[in-house]
Design a protein around this ligand. Structure first.
Ligand code: ZN
Length: 367
């Protein structure tokens, strides 16, 4: 049976999003890639806007920056098109939905884009260079990126356990979280230049949000945290005053990046880039992360799929197995996970609207 909002493929997600947007009377724009998906479908970033174009307050919901993670975000967007929290938009408020920021990865069951780029490591700020890797990356690169197709039985977890015993979990975590600009076929490669998605957003966001004075942007992700629970990640230290200020509005799920005690800096995230793109706007960007399966299982799935993608045959059983594991790690089909995650995600959107309707705090306005 079809789920009402969770789709089974990118093609279905896109078709439902466009139909839902038309039914809701949204203004729609599509930005197709010169590439097709596995069903020969068009791959596009689709944008739907509800509310007046000149609204000064905006909630932005984006999905699929990490391709395969797009299922939950797409389901949320479709559910918003079918019914807003509270029934209608508050006065002078718009809702902007950015569907499938990495349509290639969404369609082909990958986290990365058509150039193997991890888009959430690609949004470097002016002056930052597309070079280097976290210190720990070279220690774990042979574990993460062997240059051969996956075998029937994966030794990944055993080898990972050895690495953890040797170097500590924080090293593995740093390698994973930091992003790297050295190995174009490796995991978490941030690219060597702005990716097409960055170029697109640089051209479109300032126009779409031309009248915006205050924005709350929710960028939906999956794969990190306890199952169906979520965190609202801010790209700042845990003790940054913004964490406490936003906790007052969004609850205890608000967190700074937990980089304490490790020697890496996360670079190239979408949030700081959006905030820098619209410097006159009070722009609050949350990476909304929903948990699925334990971290080692997530990394194993990424590792196997990446090997299969670069070194395996597209129709080989090992490739199909790796894709299925990735799907399970980032887009569980379990009805309970879907229902709980969607319910919570709608709750965050409701908080975002309420937060825009409240008076801006002076501290936030100058943050
Ligand atoms: Zn993600």
């Amino acid at each position: 049976m079809q789920h009402p909002t969770f789709s089974e493929s990118y093609a279905q997600a896109r078709e439902r999003f466009l139909r839902g947007a038309a039914d809701a009377g949204a203004a729609v724009e599509s930005h197709p890639l010169a590439l097709r998906g596995p069903e020969r479908e068009v791959l596009a970033v689709d944008v739907a806007r509800l509310g007046p174009a000149d609204a000064t307050r905006w909630v932005v919901v984006s999905s699929g920056l990490h391709g395969i993670e797009g299922y939950l975000g797409s389901a949320l967007q479709l559910s918003l098109l079918r019914g807003l929290p509270g029934g209608a938009l508050p006065e002078d408020t718009g809702l902007l939905l950015l569907h499938a920021l990495n349509p290639y990865g969404f369609a082909w069951t990958r986290r990365f884009d058509q150039n193997n780029v991890d888009l959430n490591r690609n949004f470097l700020l002016p002056g930052q260079a597309f070079t280097g890797a976290p210190e720990g990356y070279e220690l774990v690169s042979d574990l993460l990126n062997p240059e051969r197709a996956p075998r029937r039985v994966s030794a990944f977890r055993l080898r990972a356990a050895l690495k953890i015993a040797q170097h500590g979990f924080s090293t593995l975590k740093a390698a994973v979280a930091g992003g790297q600009y050295v190995h174009p076929r490796g995991l978490f490669f941030g690219g060597h230049r702005p990716a097409p998605t960055q170029t697109l957003l640089a051209a479109e966001l300032p126009r779409l949000l031309a009248a915006a004075q205050r924005v709350v942007h929710l960028d939906l992700h999956t794969g990190l945290g306890a199952r169906a629970d979520y965190a609202l990640l801010l790209d700042c230290d845990p003790d940054d005053p913004r964490v406490a200020q936003l906790t007052a509005r969004f609850g205890s799920k608000v967190e700074g990046w937990d980089a304490a005690g490790t020697a890496y800096v996360v670079r190239g995230g979408l949030g700081p880039w959006c905030e820098a793109l619209l410097p006159q706007t009070d722009y609050t960007f949350f990476t909304a992360e929903f948990g699925t399966v334990p971290p080692l299982q997530v990394i194993e799935a990424l590792h196997l799929e990446n090997r299969a993608h670069h070194w395996g045959a597209p129709h080989a059983a090992s490739t199909q197995r790796a894709k299925a594991l990735l799907r399970k790690a980032f887009a569980p089909r379990d009805p309970r996970w879907r229902a709980d995650s969607l319910h919570r995600a709608r709750g965050i959107v409701e908080q975002a609207f309420a937060s825009l309707s409240a008076d801006p705090s002076p501290a936030l306005a100058t943050a």
